[in-house]
Structures are given as structure tokens and as C-alpha cells.
Design a protein around this ligand. Structure first.
Ligand code: NDP
Length: 796
């Protein structure tokens, strides 16, 4: 027999990893786990338990306590009690604990890896080499942020008690993504692991005890969806951080609407894996293995849609099929398997059903010739080719080892296909042409873009989505903002600041003078003045009930037209920061020329003293300067990730944003909200002050003379609540800022659930628009952007 023949006929022997330590851990709890509340193992009030099953063997591993509302309340109380001293401990004190946790995780890394593989079904190779090292890395990295909080995050403070709900696909990794930044920034937490995979979180509780973490700082409550819901609805929880399905993400968005609870949602995906014809196809094949067969494809950012340039499509499919034939599916503790078990029968059934639907819809299905083990919940790697972009399997997240492939001809078609999804979590681009890769990367609506690599993560880089993949980032400096609030928030008031009025009567219209020539304000849509669709007007009166003017009463159709115009006017977003700055300075210049007119208008509408109105106009001009200054300075970062990568963290425009201006300060309120949003390249649809809209309708004349591209700023006047609701419901608006009442804020959060637009609302609190810490700067720019991380590997 030749050596070649020996290699070809050699079979893998079993290579089981020992589970001795994990078994000892389970036994030390008598295989019956309680809740971890206030630093102690606590029996659940319900006295109920559920089973934790190993998906690879169907063996029952342990019983886990089911937390009910009372237990959730106890855990939140403990976290609340622990908060003050955890904050007072300071950044350095917290850094010591986080560092100690990281060390303990490393010292127990094999136990964590084995237990994770037993509980979740994923290969030990992955938990040992990827999940657990990354968990330790997260705690180390965030020990650093705790240390640096006082200097690097000095305008921010902790939020309070954080409720955290995590899924079963990366149980320990998701725990670390949630707990590490929350603790670093001075919060305390109540975490609910997924019902299928609670065990490593309970081992983590033991680690918290070992390092002497103060009681109540971390509480772990196990249970089902109802436990999660009780946590979401608890009034003393100040923020919910959730990773899981888009469906539950939407439930959480609705449940928290109007409560003032912050939320971050990391939801599903249908991420494109784009292969151009010049890509190194052998590397691509290994990339595909990582993209869709890593963790059995149960990965929110799995590269589940393979988009291949037509000229190489058949060649690549052939190579992928050959590689699939060599993949090994089996027991998660076998060190030489590639694919482990699916987490639970219910998940297996979903995969089977969707694959059947894919076949029924006429797509071509291919699976390797070998069979999966019959014990345990296994599913073979699966490839669908000739898939139509509209078929169910091309649109729905399968969350299993199923790859759907489509081809494209041109670069623009690749971008269109990639963005043809309601999700926007991640993407991967394969080409040997770096210019092409960096041209395509910004065009993909996804929070992460991997170039010639895939599924690479690090604590130093942010991760999170656009659209129905949710909002917020985890990791990197960008992720810290999810766990802090701006100190200025505590200065907001329940009523607007009192402003000195004119003497009564001083503004009255002189009835004897000639009537002014009628000026008819219109809507401003797509760079043009437009009459309202409904043909109705609203009368605007001054403080003495004198009729000043009419403005159009915009309606749903006008909002739709404005949104369409905003999407069509793409030249603003394509401009450089420098070019945008020039336009913003030009607006300020033209506003300064007409300062008197704008002053008189403010006096006329709001009856403030002339000096006060002048102050507002001057503050508006200064604010324009602030954002012109920022336009070419609101930079990103190059993150220091651990792999051989340049990881570019780019602040990107959110897209088309709806801006509902404050009622007070008709000009300054308009400028302070509209201008930061466009500074970062967004196009906006604006609803100005309802009672005093004429500063905004005068302002479009300035826009017309200041080189602002058509569609950048669109203004729709009318009844604020009606128009706001239309905007919140609109599926083509990506983000919305609302400055109005508590009720209006709630409506915006509620109605924006369907397409999960980013919202920023004031919950009926008022800021002082003259105060620079409350009303301008980076906090506004941050809300007007999302960070995209682009991973560019280096090394020949
Ligand atoms: P879920 O979104 O249902 O579960 C995620 C977490 O939320 C779990 O801890 C779950 O608890 C909890 N939960 C469930 N219902 C509620 C509720 N009403 N309020 C608060 N918390 C709740 O995901 P599944 O585990 O059911 O998976 C379903 C699908 O979601 C998958 O097929 C996949 O498509 C997607 N998914 C996406 C993930 C991602 O990372 N983007 C991760 C996991 C799933 P419990 O587990 O006890 O029910």
C-alpha cells in the first residue's frame, strides 16, 4: 500500500474529551441547580425545575430551577441594593474584580468548554478554541474599560440595574458580552440564560463566588420565556440587553415602550457571503465551512446566503460539495468532529420544515452521501443552489447548517442581492482586489463586514445590526455606550425653561398699516416647495390670537412623498465630511445675513423679547458652526483586535431619519435636532414645531440658496401627533428622534417596532437648548450614526 493509499483509507478513531471535571461540577450541585440571587444559591419560590438535556446524547444532565415573578423581584432587589457600593467602588476596584473573573475563567477553561459542549451540542474544538478564550478576552478587555471609565467616559455614568436575556447558541460568550461591559460601567445585573443552556452560567456563578464578587452584583435566574418577560417588565430594571429572535426582540420593544428603559437588541440575520470571480476559491470553501457549519449554523451572523459571481458559481459549488462530503458530524465531545448536534428537537424540526419548504419551492437541495448519527439531534450540512431571491429559504433565518446559494453578474447586482433582506447583521466579501472589497463594504447594510474572512470576533470590536437585526453594539468602545447614560440627563426638567416675554401688546399688529403681501409657506420635499396632498392648511396665530399665516396641513401621503424624496436624494450621503462642512457653514452664513428677519419671526410667533429672539438666532448660527466643525472630525477608530486584522470601526449614517422637533424654540430647536442628523450624512424628514412652524418654513429658503442637495432635508408641517405616528409606522424610515410629550415618546417607541427603527425620544423631559452639554455635540452625533466594523486581514 502506498503512503497516498494509506492516507486515503485512514479513518478517524474516536477522540473523546474527558468530561470528568464537568461531571464533578454537576454532581457538586447534586444535578439540581438553584437560582443565584444575592450571592447565594436560592430555591425558586415555585419549587419547579426543568431538565437540561445534552443534545448530542439526549442524556439528562441536570435539573434547573424555574424562576417566577417573585424570584425575579428578589434578584432585582438584590441588584438594586448592591448598586451603590458597586458604583462607589470606582473603576479601579471594579477592574480588579473583572480581571479576577477573567483569570478564573482561564484557570477553569477546559471545564467551561466541556460543559458548554455537553449542554449545547457544539464541538469541543469550538468551545475550547473559540468560545471560552473569547469569554476570558471579554473580561480582560472590560477590566481595562472599568479602569479607564473615569478618564475616557467622564461625561457618562452607570444606568442602574440591567436585565440581560441571552440565547442558547453561544451561552457563555453571550453572558460575557453582556456582563463584562455592564459591570465595567458600574451597573449591576440580573441575567437569564436560555432554557436549553443554563449550565455554564451557573458555573460562572460559582466563579463569582470564588473571586468574592460583592453579593447582588451578578444574579443568575434560570427559566423560560415567562421569566424573561418578568425581568423585562420589572419597574426597577433600567435597561434590557437582549440577544435572540427578532420576534421576541419586537415583544421587548413593545413592552418597554414609553417606560424610559433603555434597550439593546441583537437579533436574527440572513447574512450575505459574497464571492467575486477573482476570489481564491479554495480559501472561500474554508470560509464557507466557517460561515455556515460553525456551531451547526446556529449563528445569528452565519453567512447563510452565498452570493457567487456567475462565472465561478458552478466551479465553487463543485468544490463546496466535495468539502461537504468530508465534513464529520458527531458527538460534541469528540475532538475530531466538525459539526455537532442541533440544540433541541424543536430547533431540528424547524430546520427540517424549512428545508422541505425549500425543496417544495423548486430549489435544488444537495446533502452529502453519509448519514448522521441516529442518537442525538443531528442534521447534515445542506446546500441549496439555483435559489430564487424571493424564496422562503432565501429570506427566512433557518438557524441551522443550511446554505442557500444564488449567483450574480455585476457588482451592483451583488450589492442589491446582499441588501435584499429585512436583516442587517453581518456580511462577508471575498475578492483578491482590495479596492473592490472596500468599495462594496460601505454599501452593504450590515453592522459587520468581514473581508476574506468570516465569523471573526473580538472584545475590542463592536458587533450589532441594522434594520430587523436590532440595534446597539456589543464590544469595543462603541459597546460601552449601551451601559451608560449621559450625565446631562439628570438636568432635564419636567417643563420647558421660562423665557422672558415681551410686554403685553408690544407685538400687536398695527391695523392701520398696509397689509403685508401674502406669503404662502409650503412643504419642502425633494428640494422643492410642494403643496400639501390634502389641500388643507393650519392657521398659525401669535400670542394675542392674531392670525399670522397658514401652513400646509401635511398628511400621510406627504410623509410618504418626503420619505421617497429623502431616499432618492443620495448625493448628500456621498459627500465628504469636508464638503458637508462647507455646506453647513454656507447655511450659517445665509442665516446670519437674514438674522433680523428670523429674529422678528421668533418674536412674532412666540412673543419672546427681541433680545431673547436675537439670542436664539445667534445660538442657532453658533450651533451650525459646531456641526460644520464636527462634519470632518467625527471619526471612527482602528480597533486593536487580536487577530491579524485592521478592524475599521466607521461611524455610518443611519439612513433616512425622521426628526420631530421640540415645540419650544422654533429655530434653535429645529437647528439643534436637524443639523446633527444631516452632519453625519443622514437625509431627514422633519416635522417642525406645530405651534410655531414658520422659522422652519422660512428656513427652506435658506436651504435653497445654500447648495444643500435636493432630498437632504424635507419639511412637513401639520398636526404633530398625526404626522409623528405616520413616521413611526413608516417602514422606510431607519431612525427617528422625537422631542415632545411622554405620551408621544411612548407612541414613537411602540409604533416603530415593526421595522425596528432606532428611536431616540425625550419621554416628555425638557433640555435647555442653550446649554451645550445638554443640547449639542457628540451625544447627538452618536445617535445619528451606527458603527460598522470592517475586518481587513493582513499578512501574505
Ligand atoms: P428566543 O428569542 O425565543 O430566546 C432568546 C431568549 O429570550 C431566551 O433566553 C428565551 O428564554 C428568552 N425569551 C423568550 N421569550 C421571551 C419573552 N417574551 N420575554 C423575554 N424573554 C424571552 O429564541 P429561541 O431560543 O426560541 O430561538 C428561536 C429562533 O430565534 C431561532 O430559530 C433563531 O432563528 C433565532 N435566534 C437568534 C439568535 C441570535 O443570536 N440572533 C439566538 C437564538 C435564536 P427561553 O430560552 O427560556 O425560552
Amino acid at each position: 500500500m502506498s503512503i497516498k493509499e494509506i492516507y486515503q483509507t485512514m479513518e478517524y478513531g474516536p477522540a473523546p474529551e474527558s468530561n470528568k471535571e464537568s461531571t464533578a461540577f454537576l454532581d457538586s450541585h447534586k444535578r439540581k441547580f438553584q437560582l443565584f440571587i444575592n450571592g447565594k444559591w436560592t430555591k425558586s419560590s415555585s419549587g419547579e425545575y426543568f431538565d437540561s438535556i445534552s443534545p448530542a446524547t439526549t442524556e439528562k444532565l441536570a435539573q434547573v430551577a424555574e424562576a417566577n415573578e417573585k424570584d425575579v423581584d428578589d434578584a432585582v432587589k438584590a441588584a438594586k441594593k448592591a448598586l451603590k457600593s458597586w458604583v462607589e467602588l470606582g473603576g479601579h476596584g471594579r477592574a480588579r474584580y473583572l480581571y479576577a473573573i477573567a483569570r478564573q475563567i482561564q484557570k477553569n477553561s477546559r471545564n467551561f468548554a466541556v460543559l458548554e459542549s455537553m449542554d449545547n451540542g457544539k464541538p469541543i474544538r469550538e468551545t475550547r478554541d473559540i468560545d471560552i478564550p473569547l469569554v476570558a478576552r471579554h473580561f480582560y478587555h472590560h477590566a481595562g474599560w472599568a479602569q479607564l471609565m473615569d478618564s475616557e467616559m467622564k461625561e457618562y455614568k452607570e444606568i442602574g440595574v440591567i436585565g440581560q436575556i441571552i440565547p442558547w447558541n453561544f451561552p457563555m460568550l453571550m453572558l460575557s458580552w453582556k456582563i463584562a461591559p455592564a459591570l465595567a460601567m458600574g451597573n449591576t445585573v440580573v441575567l437569564k440564560p436560555a432554557e436549553f443552556t443554563s449550565l455554564t452560567a451557573l458555573l460562572f456563578a460559582d466563579i463569582c463566588k470564588q473571586v468574592g464578587l460583592p453579593d447582588g452584583v451578578v444574579n443568575i435566574i434560570t427559566g423560560h420565556g415567562a421569566t424573561g418577560a418578568a425581568l423585562v417588565n420589572h419597574p426597577d430594571v433600567s435597561k434590557i440587553a437582549f440577544t435572540g429572535s427578532t420576534e421576541v426582540g419586537k415583544i421587548i420593544r413593545r413592552a418597554t415602550a414609553g417606560t424610559g428603559k433603555k434597550i439593546s437588541l441583537e437579533l436574527g440575520g440572513k447574512s450575505p457571503f459574497i464571492v467575486f470571480e477573482d476570489a481564491d476559491l479554495d480559501s472561500v470553501v474554508e470560509g464557507v465551512v466557517d460561515a455556515i457549519w460553525f456551531n451547526q449554523g446556529q449563528v445569528c451572523c452565519a453567512g447563510s446566503r452565498l452570493l457567487v459571481q456567475e462565472s465561478v458559481a458552478e466551479k465553487l459549488y463543485k468544490k463546496i460539495r466535495a468539502r461537504m462530503e468530508t465534513l464529520r458530524v458527531g458527538n460534541s465531545l469528540d475532538k475530531s468532529i466538525d459539526i455537532g448536534a442541533i440544540v433541541a428537537p424543536v430547533q431540528l424540526k424547524t430546520i427540517e420544515d424549512l428545508v422541505q419548504q425549500g425543496k417544495d419551492e423548486g430549489n435544488i437541495c444537495w446533502q452529502p452521501s453519509w448519514a448522521c448519527p441516529t442518537e442525538g439531534y443531528f442534521y447534515p450540512p445542506t446546500l441549496f443552489t439555483n435559489v430564487s431571491p424571493s424564496s422562503t429559504i432565501a429570506q427566512e433565518e433557518i438557524f441551522g447548517p443550511v446554505l442557500v446559494a444564488m449567483s450574480f453578474r455585476s457588482h451592483s447586482e451583488a450589492v442589491k442581492l446582499a441588501n435584499n433582506t429585512r436583516y442587517g447583521l453581518a456580511s462577508s466579501i471575498w475578492t483578491e482586489n482590495i479596492n473592490l472589497a472596500l468599495d462594496i463594504a460601505p454599501q452593504i447594510k450590515a453592522g459587520t463586514v468581514w473581508i476574506n474572512c468570516t465569523n471573526v470576533f473580538d472584545a475590542a470590536a463592536g458587533f450589532g445590526g441594522y434594520r430587523e437585526s436590532g440595534f446597539g453594539r456589543e464590544g469595543g468602545k462603541e459597546g460601552l455606550y449601551e451601559y451608560v447614560k449621559h450625565k446631562a440627563e439628570s438636568e432635564f426638567t419636567d417643563t420647558p425653561a421660562k423665557i422672558k416675554s415681551h410686554d403685553p401688546g408690544e407685538n400687536k399688529i398695527d391695523k392701520k398699516s398696509l397689509p403685508a403681501i401674502d406669503r404662502t409657506p409650503k412643504l419642502f420635499i425633494g428640494g422643492k416647495q410642494a403643496r400639501p396632498d390634502g389641500g388643507n392648511s393650519i392657521i398659525i396665530k401669535d400670542a394675542f390670537n392674531n392670525h399670522i399665516s397658514e401652513v400646509p396641513k401635511g398628511n400621510r401621503k406627504d410623509i410618504r412623498n418626503a420619505v421617497e424624496a429623502a431616499h432618492a436624494g443620495m448625493s448628500w450621503s456621498g459627500m465628504t465630511g469636508h464638503a458637508r462642512a462647507q455646506v453647513l457653514y454656507y447655511i450659517a452664513e445665509n442665516l446670519a445675513v437674514r438674522a433680523k428677519e428670523f429674529t422678528d419671526r421668533i418674536v412674532q410667533m412666540t412673543n419672546v423679547s427681541k433680545a431673547e429672539a436675537e439670542k436664539e438666532v445667534n445660538a442657532s448660527i453658533e450651533r451650525m458652526y459646531t456641526y460644520a466643525a464636527w462634519a470632518d472630525k467625527y471619526d471612527g477608530h482602528v480597533h486593536h483586535t487580536t487577530q491579524r486584522n485592521v478592524t475599521l470601526a466607521m461611524p455610518e449614517r443611519i439612513g433616512v431619519m425622521g426628526i420631530i422637533c421640540p415645540e419650544e424654540h422654533p429655530l434653535l430647536g429645529f437647528i439643534s435636532t436637524v443639523i446633527p442628523a444631516i452632519t453625519t450624512g443622514n437625509n431627514v424628514v422633519v416635522i417642525p414645531s406645530e405651534a410655531a412652524p414658520l422659522s422652519a418654513t422660512d428656513f427652506y429658503q435658506i436651504l435653497e440658496t445654500s447648495d444643500v442637495p435636493a432630498g437632504t432635508i424635507n419639511i412637513v408641517t401639520g398636526v404633530k401627533d398625526e404626522l409623528t405616528n405616520e413616521m413611526a409606522k413608516h417602514d422606510d424610515i431607519d431612525g427617528i428622534w422625537y422631542f415632545g410629550t411622554a405620551e408621544g415618546s411612548k407612541n414613537v417607541e411602540l409604533l416603530s417596532t415593526e421595522n425596528l427603527k432606532r428611536t431616540w425620544v425625550n419621554y416628555g423631559k425638557y433640555r435647555n437648548w442653550y446649554d451645550k452639554t445638554q443640547a449639542e455635540g457628540q451625544e447627538f452625533l452618536r445617535h445619528a450614526t451606527e458603527i460598522k466594523n470592517i475586518w481587513v486581514p493582513y499578512g501574505a
